[in-house]
Design a protein around this ligand. Structure first.
Ligand code: SIN
Length: 517
């Protein structure tokens, strides 16, 4: 096994991870691990942009209210204020790094509009290629400092007396590495890749949640998974996203007969919050109606949306006809590793930032284009906190590598995705959720410990672990709120208002029906 030592180990390479690394690198030795290549992240795929208050007639309070309303008031108010108030500085830091947001001829910013925002306040780059250009810019900085190690999948966090002191990882050749670090930052993204229809990079499968859980960290709000209404459909499959900014420019959701799908469903119609639009499209599909974005009213579509145009051309969709076939799919994980206002988890020396963290800012349903914002704002908070607390790592007494649990039965990825899709999807109910809990926990009660298992075996165990945690949380929340919709409990309940379902490792009990109001 190879060994190395650093001040800070960042696991994950989306905007939150590499921005935190960049902010720390002037002062500390930093290593960034990425499972695949640096470009393989949800941030890289982000189309819409970054929501922030940068106009004199906009206010942090308006952005705050939009965020709370979209989040169905499950948001943590102080963290949400911190998010929206931190927006202008986060934009300024990105501009200082060389990011060039789209501007009008007079030099003012161009603003996009997306669902549930009361006004256009979303900054973008090259139309809908925001994530690509953001990451390319920050990437050049971290690469020039030689921080990145590609192809490293972390399989376990190293612990010493309850503190996190590094991580064990494995590369595609099966070589293992032990990395000792004074501070470890999880920035691995969410878990939407565990759904068969999703908008995420293929690597986004909940690893960070499983690693943190195994290390004893607290997780929360895992039942809140956002489904984006408009994933592109081609040849019967979803293949990428059609940004909500397309509806912001006036596109309408219609069925195969051209009838509006959103009329009468919500006062904001096509720009209603994502959970509302996704459910309408899901039900339309259940009743045999197909969904399309009617883009005939948008001029210069190709120029405004080059990424969507490229995706459509790959999927043999002729934009001249003016209709793009769409369907909802898993997009964003609102819950995650419970963190404080500086990104610290409940495990000493372990931080989490970006989608893997639950800062509480997204509530039960994230407001459009608030995720890159979260990455930018909390990267700074995490970096500041680490710089004021850093201590040196002591290698003595660290748990020696022994073994990790894997399932005793083999299981393919598709069957895991099927359970997520069928039982923990856009609409849920007690019977389906109990089935999912029993299925996942059944596998977890049949595990064996292996010294050097294959990467695939380790990941399968992690996916099942995440499945059990999400299913159990969704079963416990006997109400509907935001993205968590229960057909057997279709209304929000006062009892559940601002209540968080938390998970921390203990032995598994078999599921029984939960008696809750
Ligand atoms: C989109 O462009 O529709 C997605 C952006 C986001 O998820 O905030």
């Amino acid at each position: 096994m190879k060994t190395q030592k650093t001040d800070v180990l960042v696991i994950g390479s989306g905007l939150a991870g590499i921005m935190t690394a960049e902010l720390l690198s002037a002062h500390k030795n930093v290593i960034i691990f990425t499972k695949n290549r640096l470009e393989e992240s949800n941030s890289y795929l982000a189309q819409g942009g970054i929501a922030a208050v940068t106009q004199s007639d906009d206010s942090w309070y308006d952005h705050f209210l939009d965020t709370l309303q979209a989040g169905c008031y499950h948001n943590e108010p102080e963290a949400t204020q911190q998010l929206v108030e931190g927006g202008p500085d986060a934009i300024h830091r990105l501009v200082e790094l060389g990011v060039r947001f789209d501007r009008n001829e007079d030099g003012s910013y161009q603003y996009g509009q997306e669902g549930a925002h009361n006004r256009a306040r979303i900054l973008h780059i090259c139309g809908d290629a925001t994530g690509k250009h953001l990451i390319d810019t920050v990437k050049r900085r971290v690469q020039s400092h030689d921080l990145v190690q590609e192809g490293q999948t972390v399989v376990r966090l190293m612990m010493r007396s309850g503190r996190c002191v590094g991580a064990w990882s494995i590369d595609p050749n099966g070589e293992w590495t032990a990395t000792y670090a004074s501070t470890v930052i999880l920035a691995t993204g969410g878990m939407s890749g565990l759904y068969p229809f999703n908008s995420n990079a293929a690597t986004i499968t909940g690893d960070g949640l499983a690693l943190a859980y195994e290390a004893g960290a607290e997780l929360s709000d895992l039942e809140f998974i956002q489904f984006h209404p408009t994933l592109l459909v081609s040849e019967g499959k979803t293949s990428g996203l059609v940004t909500e900014a397309v509806r912001g420019q006036g596109a309408k959701l219609v069925d195969q007969d051209g009838r509006s799908l959103m009329e009468g469903e919500h006062p904001l119609e096509d720009l209603a919050p994502r959970d509302v639009v996704s459910r309408v499209l899901y039900r339309a599909r259940q009743s045999g109606r197909k969904s399309f974005l009617d883009i005939r009213g948008i001029t210069d579509f190709e120029k405004k949306f080059p990424t969507v145009t490229k995706l459509c051309s790959k999927g043999y969709i002729d934009l001249r006809e003016g209709f793009i076939p769409v369907a909802p799919g898993a997009h964003f994980t609102m819950g995650g590793i419970e963190v404080d206002r500086h990104g610290a988890t409940t495990v000493p020396n372990l931080y989490a930032v970006g989608e893997v963290a639950n800062t509480g800012v997204h509530g039960a349903n994230r407001l459009a284009s608030n995720s890159l914002l979260e990455g930018g704002v909390f990267a700074y908070e995490v970096a500041q906190s680490i710089l004021s607390n850093l201590h040196s790592v002591q290698m003595e007494g660290i748990d020696l590598w022994s073994s990790v649990p894997v399932l005793s039965h083999s299981l393919d990825f598709r069957s895991i995705q099927t359970i997520f899709n069928d039982h923990i999807g856009i609409e849920r109910n007690r019977i389906g959720l109990e089935r999912a809990v029993q299925w996942f926990e059944g596998y977890l009660t049949n595990t064996v410990y292996k010294a050097f298992p294959s990467l695939e075996d380790i990941q399968t165990y992690q996916h099942v672990q995440v499945g059990a945690l999400v299913a159990r949380s969704a079963l416990e929340r006997t109400e509907s709120r935001g993205s968590h919709y229960r057909t057997d409990h279709p209304l929000e309940k006062e009892y559940w208002r601002q209540k968080r379902i938390k998970r921390r490792k203990r032995s598994y009990e078999p599921v029984e029906s939960t008696a809750r109001p």
